[in-house]
Design a protein around this ligand. Structure first.
Ligand code: GTP
Length: 239
């Protein structure tokens, strides 16, 4: 018997880095097509999906401020523009595999995408369209993780699925520390106190204040999005 999904509406946060797949930068269209097929499968379960994409595969705002001394606002606006490129690529790939989508941008650019309108986003989701939110929150100094938290709150999502390269949240970087321990669940406050790298503090605080759970899981394992939504025992839940 197929297990029933436990969520009605979710926000899937995909980092820009994830979209680069096996490449060093840019968009790995083969990887993204596999991702699109996974999203398509999840849509058939009747789950409403909104995507928030990052931009690290194209441009990293905060890093360029640190390394090159760029003005933080300028760098962040460039990062937000890069999320638009990623969102448009995802839209194209998803629609090619038969998933209807709408891109909504937090920085108005009418020729390219419709503006972010909360009620319209919800309507698209109800009409079984995947909504791709781009341009972060529209403000510098906020990450795309914070944008994901904010949008999730606004559209009354049940959870944020935070896609990463590792299986969950560990006591130390599992790629560097051999005996790093994976947490099954964590409290928001512990993530903040211990400085665990789940999402930035603003995003975590927003989720904490509004009791929105976050599931951190590995996007690189095929089928994990579906498993996450069917409450199969994967990743780390922050709640
Ligand atoms: P329904 O009203 O539920 O049928 O939704 P819809 O999105 O199909 O209707 P609408 O007429 O608003 O949009 C038709 C197409 O135009 C969709 O692909 C939208 O994403 C796109 N669209 C809507 N508003 C804008 C905009 O301001 N700019 C751009 N570039 N596209 C837009």
């Amino acid at each position: 018997m197929t297990k029933k999904p436990q969520y009605k509406r979710v926000v899937l946060k995909i980092s820009g880095e994830a979209l680069q797949g096996s490449l060093k930068h840019g968009i790995d269209f083969n990887f993204c097509e596999k991702l699109a097929l996974e999203i398509k499968e999840v849509c058939t379960l009747g789950i409403q999906i909104a995507l928030v994409v990052g931009a690290g595969n194209i441009f990293r705002g905060a890093e360029n401020t640190r390394r090159l001394g760029m003005d933080r606002s300028v760098a962040d606006y460039m990062g937000m523009m890069a999320t638009v490129i990623n969102g448009m690529a995802l839209q194209d790939i998803l629609e090619k595999v038969g998933v209807p989508t709408r891109v909504q941008t937090s920085i108005q650019m009418h020729e390219i995408a419709e503006p972010y309108i909360r009620r319209k986003a919800i309507r698209h989701l109800e009409k079984k369209r995947v909504v791709i939110f781009v341009a972060g929150t529209g403000n510098p100094y906020f990450t795309t993780d914070t944008a994901a938290a904010l949008k999730a709150m606004e559209i009354n999502a049940d959870i944020i699925l935070k896609a990463t390269k590792v299986d969950g949240v560990y006591s130390a970087d599992p790629l560097k520390v051999k005996n790093a321990r994976k947490y099954k669940t964590l409290k928001y406050i512990d993530v903040l106190k211990r400085g665990l790298k789940v999402m930035d503090a603003t995003a975590i605080s927003l989720c904490m204040d509004n009791k929105l759970p976050i599931l951190v899981f590995n996007l690189n394992k095929h089928g994990n999005i579906k498993k996450a939504l069917l409450a199969k025992d994967i990743g780390t839940v922050v709640k």
